[in-house]
Design a protein around this ligand. Structure first.
Ligand SMILES: NC(=O)c1ccc[n+]([C@@H]2O[C@H](COP(=O)([O-])OP(=O)(O)OC[C@H]3O[C@@H](n4cnc5c(N)ncnc54)[C@H](OP(=O)(O)O)[C@@H]3O)[C@@H](O)[C@H]2O)c1
Length: 279
């Protein structure tokens, strides 16, 4: 991983879980800490960023100066309008690339708060980004310059893989697949442990076996791996795994998963329209 070009500097608005994860990922990739600053309103969180990463922070916008090429919006969606308000004049003057990781806030809404000619892109990282093994969906409006899209992708790629979508409505699908996805695998592992217990294992043994199996399978599914080939590599013809997979097919696993993703997409859209109504 090579460090992205941060130009005159990158500023994080919000240095909580996700802001902190992206700062850590940039530094792991070799970024210069003097080019990274954070506006973080919670003093202990701001102090921890200084202590852990040696970056400049402030509880107000004084830390931005005019050395800004990229602004990452990493406050909660409901805090966004208020957090952007003191930055409005600076954004109009500097027109940095703005990367929002906020769930459900549209480019149109963000531009309403940032200024209509400020280039805004949306990213949806997932929780494993905090471990540097995230999956991020990225949307940039067509008019955003290629160099800016590439900069956004290179910054987010320090925390895991990045997939671009060319239709903003697909960000809800990204959220339903990779944003919520880690919970699906945990839920599946819980069901696997419960089935092991029902078949006679102790709760401790079943839970440990299911957890370690999820972890091991996740390690095997490294970026670029062919999922069907992986499945075939652990399935002998006529064996125990094949019997279990046939049972999944009989119960129409695809239908169960598709219904779950559809429910998540629908809920994401409901939450986005509530956020839009609130903004
Ligand atoms: N965590 C995830 O797994 C995840 C995944 C995908 C996307 N996201 C998105 O990432 C964003 C941040 O989520 P998070 O989990 O990192 O939240 P978080 O841990 O609460 O971090 C947000 C931080 O921003 C601070 N803040 C609030 N208002 C501020 C302001 N006006 N100026 C500066 N700092 C301010 C908060 O301080 P206080 O605590 O004092 O309010 C908090 O420390 C959200 O929009 C979320 O949708 C998160």
């Amino acid at each position: 991983m090579t460090a992205p070009d941060l130009g005159r500097g990158i500023v994080f608005l919000g240095g909580g879980n996700m802001g902190r994860a992206l700062i850590a990922a940039l530094l792991r990739a070799g970024a210069n800490p003097s080019l990274i600053r954070a506006i973080e309103s919670h003093p202990p969180t701001a102090q921890a960023l200084v202590a852990d990463y040696g970056i400049e922070t402030a509880t107000d916008t004084s830390v931005v100066g005019s050395r800004i090429d990229t602004l990452v919006l990493a406050v909660k969606p409901q805090d966004m309008a208020r957090a952007l308000q003191p930055l409005h004049a600076l954004l109009q003057r500097e027109r940095p690339l703005v990367i929002s990781v906020a769930a459900g806030l549209s480019v149109q809404q963000l531009q309403h708060w940032c200024g209509t000619d400020v280039p805004v892109v949306r990213a949806m990282p997932n929780r494993p980004a905090l471990e540097g093994v995230g999956a991020t969906g990225l949307f940039a409006p067509a008019w955003v310059a290629t160099t800016l899209r590439e900069r956004a992708a290179s910054i987010l790629a320090t925390a895991g893989i990045v997939v671009s979508v060319d239709d903003e409505s697909l960000m809800d699908v990204v959220t339903a697949v990779s944003g919520s996805g880690p919970a699906y695998f945990f839920r599946f592992a819980e069901a696997l442990a419960a089935a092991g217990i029902a078949a006679g294992l102790s709760p401790a043994a079943a839970t440990e076996l299911a957890r370690a199996t999820l972890h091991g399978a996740g390690r095997m599914a490294e970026p670029g791996a062919d999922l069907a080939a992986l499945r075939e590599s652990v399935t002998s013809k006529g064996g125990t795994t094949a019997a279990a997979l046939a049972s999944f097919s009989d119960q129409d696993l695809e239908r169960v998963v598709a219904a779950a993703v559809t429910a998540a997409v629908r809920r994401g859209r409901e939450l986005s329209s509530q956020a839009a109504a609130g903004g």
